[in-house]
Design a protein around this ligand. Sequence first.
Ligand code: MG
Length: 297
Amino acid sequence: MPIVTRLEGLIAPGEALTKIDASSVWAEGIVYLPNLNSIRWSDIPGDRIVHHDLTVGITSVYRQGVEFTNGRTLDKDGSMIQCSHGQRRIERDREGVVTPIVSSFDGVAFNSPNDVVVGPDGAIWFTDPPYGIIFPNEGHPGVREYEDHYVFRHDMATGTTRPVITDIEEPNGLAFSPDGTTLYVADSSALTGENGSGNSWIRAYDVHGSRCKNGRLFAQMAVGVPDGLRVDTAGNVWTSAGDGVHVYAPNGEHLGHIAIPETVANLCFGGNSGTELFIAASTSVYSIRTLTTDTNL
Ligand code: MG
């Protein structure tokens, strides 16, 4: 079976998959660091952050005992914003010094922030499913203090935090369209099947400033659940799934598939040209050359 199915104009014919590392238990939250030509990801059950220097091809443990970090993104100043299951918060890592950004709203704790992006408005947008408080190897047992799972927006200028999406069962990965007018959010509630939902789809929302409207189904996964996702410069959505990476046009058309031999949790564009796709897939991190990039570089 070919590794790449379709994806004409997005991946050149004959491109191969490279396995970069195989040292994780469950790799997630992968980000490219352009100033270091490196990738960094969370090994959530390993409770550590792993670093791979692409220039020299060496993997190292960036930090161990990290309170189960998950998704991460670079802020505009180059510092790292990351989700902490164990601390139930969003935090910042600036050259190794970790400080909390936000850990509650209206006096109640978050569940276990899962993935995070900096929006076009400069605010921090993040998802808050329950995995870090219900899966023993992904955090610490805890209660859902607000009894639901929301997408939040934290305004760094004013310090205010409020829910922006409340109709997704278990929000997971999220990404904005290049023009910032659409927010895509994965619903991975098939992982738990709570409330009889069992959703395995991506929803899209129109973004009006700090508000999200017109939520609708964007793409349904056939195998496994969508987790982390990215949007390329043409607005195509590259999403993780149980059988690899799937790519969808902005109108929801399925453009093709990259078969990965392990369950994919997250992905990012990077490398010197910005066109390498790095894929966090269970125990391994893979890469494949593409013909596009995203807008976060
Ligand atoms: Mg995730």
